[in-house]
Design a protein around this ligand. Structure first.
Ligand code: C2E
Ligand code: CA
Ligand code: CA
Length: 615
């Protein structure tokens, strides 16, 4: 720093020192400026204080030179105006510069300064930082007495206003940053805040060691919102945020990821010398969540959570991947019924890999002919004669073997492949059926094809069905499309329209998995359907479970009242078969009669008299 020769040069020099400072560099810059002032004016010390209006106190921000021997606590650190000496008190609301010179009535102040700095007699120039009101001041202290010229004071006023501007800018930047990284409702970090934090903790070369990430998904918050309203949901979320803050270490980052999802990032810590595993932390959180009660409309409400846990290593794992892994694990916890913790492990990793693989290759699998249909016969329970076959899709995967629909139907639905897959299934099933009837003109059975919700509502669906019927020369009355009950409930208006058009073609409609959906009866009244298929869930334990018996009996009477065909699926035992016959259900499919089989096998069954009685 070269020698500064004039007050103008001083002001310019300070301006350049303060120009580019940010929150990280501001204290160093303040201290440097104070040093410049001390040296220029030939005084002994300079300092900057800010006023804390919340606590009515003044706080030491920076000073030069440092006082290595300052007592602890420092009598000049935080000073409360309420019990301050006359000099501090005079500074509280100061709007114009003031020079304090040694005076007998300032003895108390003199003693405070002497205790803190060793200076016995001082004079001091004080220049306030003014932003409407005083937000602090710069002080320059000289041991003994000193005169301050108007020019000197004017230069100090200009410099103080620079301090004010820098301060205002940094406060604004900080609050912007806080807002951008925090959730307005709960005050926790938000998605961006926690992502940045995790990014920092996972940076290569970070010495903090492994990082644990907890993904917390509340169970059934939606029900609370629906029943009590969103204010209630918000109140619950705020209480939950408090719980999380209380139960977790202060160095854990707790964030609201969105909606009813929270992400916690923590460094495994030691308690009583033993390292607490992230799994144990998650269990503690789970317990705390379950016992958090919020009074809403007179009811004490509590929720449970599903928590997924994963561990990540700096320099190895990516933020995106780690959070996705914890999310996956939370999903596993949720599937086990909620209120539980699941670790991201090799099983989930393998399933993830599989999902990605499926998503990537399903499209080409359809084009490359890797899909196949198996057929499961449906029989007349009284005779064992085959009354229909259901086409069930499989994927002959080049490396993973024969995949069941559960491994790829959902993925197809969520990635726009449902229509393409569905079209292939319908065309292939009708092509096969067309071939059978050419060889077996007397064949009088129905071919059942499953239709996914997305597929049904696609605009060209009816067109696809109608064209496939023409191409294969299969009579439309031979085709029955199966739609799950849940799909039917989704958009009744549009569904009813599509079903009516299909019925006009001559195709019949069955409601699949009947009994698992909602308000079945109401929909049966408005939807054009021909048959109900009782879900396997109710048939499985039909021989022993009384409530299942009751459900099946009521479905049977429903079918009768609406004059619908009734088919049971999942018949595995003679007892179940007997029970079905007892309630008047005469048609069924199930392992008892036959598993789904490849086309050649079903063709054999159909081409000779076959009676599948299961006995
Ligand atoms: P779903 O329509 O309820 O089909 C019956 C499922 O139950 C088939 O499983 C069948 O193999 C199985 N099953 C039949 N009898 C028994 C039994 O006695 N015991 C047991 N435990 N299971 C039995 P799969 O083939 O794995 O198909 C599962 C589901 O995938 C189907 O359920 C259907 O919803 C869907 N799906 C199958 N093929 C297609 C398709 O081409 N398109 C669409 N959208 N969905 C399909
Ligand atoms: Ca089905
Ligand atoms: Ca089913």
């Amino acid at each position: 720093m070269g020698r500064i020769r004039s007050l103008d040069a001083l002001v310019t020099d300070v301006a350049s020192q303060l120009m580019g400072v940010d929150a990280a560099s501001v204290l160093t810059a303040y201290t440097r400026v104070l040093r410049t002032l001390v040296e220029y004016f030939g005084v002994d010390a300079g300092y900057l204080r800010h006023t804390d209006y919340d606590h009515r106190s003044t706080v030491m921000i920076a000073e030069w030179p440092a006082r290595p021997d300052a007592p602890d606590p420092d009598p000049l650190g935080v000073v409360y105006f309420a019990d301050a000496d006359p000099v501090f008190a005079a500074c509280e609301h100061l709007l114009l510069p003031k020079v304090f010179r040694p005076r007998p009535d300032e003895e108390e102040y003199r003693r405070r300064v002497e205790a803190a700095s060793g200076y016995a007699v001082t004079s001091m120039s004080v220049v306030p930082l003014v932003q409407g009101k005083s937000i602090g001041w710069v002080g320059l202290i000289k041991s003994g007495d000193r005169d301050w010229s108007d020019q000197e004071t004017n230069a100090l006023v200009a410099i103080a206003s620079m301090f004010t501007q820098v301060h205002a800018r940094i406060v604004a930047e900080e609050s912007l940053r806080t807002a951008a990284e925090h959730d307005a409702l709960t005050g926790l970090s938000n998605r961006r805040g926690v992502t940045d934090d995790l990014e920092r903790r996972l940076r290569d070369g970070q010495s903090g060691g492994p990082v644990a990430v907890l993904f917390l998904d509340l169970d059934r918050l939606k029900a609370l919102n629906d029943f009590y309203g969103h204010t209630a949901g918000d109140a619950y979320l705020c209480a939950l945020a408090d719980t999380l803050r209380a139960v977790l270490d202060s160095d854990a980052t707790v964030s609201r990821w969105g909606g009813d999802e929270f992400v916690v990032v923590l460094q495994p810590s030691a308690i009583d010398g033993k390292t607490v595993s992230p799994y144990d932390v998650a269990l503690r959180v789970l317990e705390a969540v379950a016992t958090t009660k919020v009074l809403i409309a007179g009811d004490a409400i509590n929720r449970t959570a599903s928590i997924g846990v994963t561990t990540a290593y700096p320099g190895v794992d990516s933020v995106h991947e780690v959070i996705a892994n914890a999310d996956q694990a939370a999903l596993v916890a949720k599937r086990t019924g909620g209120n539980s913790v699941a670790l991201f492990d090799s099983t989930i990793r393998a399933r993830n890999a599989m999902r990605n693989d499926v998503e990537l290759h399903l499209h080409s699998a359809i084009e490359d002919g890797e899909l196949v249909l198996h057929y499961q016969p449906e029989v007349d329970l009284r005779t064992g004669a085959i009354t229909a076959v259901e086409a069930l899709v499989r994927w002959q995967h080049p490396s993973r073997g024969l995949l069941p629909p559960a491994d790829f139907i959902d993925i197809a639905e969520s990635s726009d492949l449902a229509t393409e897959l569905g079209r292939w299934v319908i065309e292939e099933a009708l092509r096969a059926y067309g071939n059978w009837t050419r060889d077996l003109p007397a064949l009088d059975i129905v071919i059942r094809v499953n239709v996914s919700p997305a597929q049904l509502l696609a605009t060209e669906f009816v067109e696809i069905v109608s064209r496939a019927l023409q191409t294969s020369s299969v009579r439309p009355t031979r085709l029955c499309l199966e739609i799950t009950e849940n799909a039917v409930v989704q958009d009744t208006g549009q569904t009813a329209k599509v079903l009516t058009m299909l019925r006009e073609l001559g195709v019949s409609i069955a409601i699949d998995d009947f009994g698992t959906g909602f308000s079945s009866l109401a929909h049966l009244k408005i939807l054009p359907v021909d048959a109900l298929k009782i879900d396997r869930e109710f048939v499985e334990h039909l021989d022993s479970d009384h409530s299942d018996q009751a459900i099946v009996r009521s479905i049977a009477s429903l079918a009768k009242a609406f004059e619908l065909d009734l088919i049971a699926e999942g018949v595995e035992t003679i007892a179940a078969k007997a029970e079905l016959l007892a309630v008047g259900c005469t048609r069924a499919q199930g392992y008892l009669f036959s598993r789904p089989v490849p086309e050649a096998a079903i063709r054999d069954m159909l081409s000779q008299p076959t009676f599948l009685t299961g006995e």
